[in-house]
Design a binder for this molecule. Structure first.
Ligand code: ZN
Length: 258
């Protein structure tokens, strides 16, 4: 058993308020590629003619909805994926009262699928959709049926004909104020903040970290991050493996179920 995983289990065991903050790396182990990765960047330019930041921007969504939805549906929607060891471990920790909140930058809903309840989705969720005009809500399934779409790809409202958009935050759009406040409060209140699967290079991850005034910061990421020097514990390993081991260790102490 890795010594650092043991240290993380101890920190979780001692902490009264633990918050997990996760990025794309949490979902890649479920087979969801990071569209911001080099491969994702290259594919976006080659196949769609623009980088992901443009394809997922508010202006492109308004100006070229067909291109937006084609990229979005082919690259951000994964219906058949399942929660991985990281999602499952985090849900178990929450059930045992060892984790107070999960803050995620992912839009795939996998934390909820694993059983986590207090999940703050900074960038929204691609399981929720609404009509731009009459605000009627729609399921992901509805938006994927070509019969409900213009040009077979742009979902339209069956009530008023307006465009139905995913409830995710696009580039050039601001984060949902309520979610952001809740995330800020959770980080401020945390004694232990575990950050995983993010290089912490992009907004809003780095910005939110400034609100943390607790005792212990633990980072789990495959590669180095600019915050490695500020953390009490740094683990460069696969997040699913780390959190699964941590859960096992806590279970041995009777603190968590496996
Ligand atoms: Zn409508």
């Amino acid at each position: 058993m890795d010594e650092k995983n043991k240290q993380l289990a101890e920190l979780i065991g001692q902490s009264k308020n633990t918050v997990f903050f996760g990025g794309a790396g949490v979902s890649t182990e479920s087979g969801i590629p990071d569209f911001r990765s080099e491969t994702g960047l290259y594919a976006a330019r080659k196949v769609y003619g623009y980088p992901p930041e443009t394809l997922l921007s508010h202006s492109l969504f308004i100006e070229k909805p067909s291109l937006f939805f084609r990229y979005y549906k082919e690259n951000l929607v994964f219906r058949d994926v399942k929660p991985n060891a990281a999602h499952i471990a985090l849900a178990r920790l929450e059930k045992q009262g060892l984790l107070q909140a999960v803050i995620t930058q992912n839009v795939d809903g996998l934390h909820q699928a694993a059983g986590s309840e207090n999940v703050l989705e900074l960038h929204g969720s691609n399981w929720r959709h609404y009509c731009l005009d009459c605000k009627a809500e729609y399921s992901l399934e509805y938006t994927l049926q070509p019969v409900n779409c213009r040009d077979e790809v742009v979902p339209v409202c069956e009530k008023c004909g307006g465009i139905v958009r995913p409830d995710i935050v696009l580039y050039e759009e601001s984060l949902d104020g309520r979610v952001l406040s809740a995330a800020t409060e959770a980080i401020e209140a945390a004694g232990l903040l575990i950050v995983g699967g993010t290089s912490l290079a992009v907004y809003p991850a780095a910005g939110l970290l400034r609100y943390f005034g607790g005792k212990n910061l633990a980072l789990i990421n495959k590669s180095e991050t600019p915050y490695d020097g500020d953390a009490q514990l740094v683990i460069h390993d696969a997040i699913g493996k780390v959190l699964e081991e941590v859960c096992c260790l806590l279970a041995q102490e009777g603190r968590a179920v496996v």
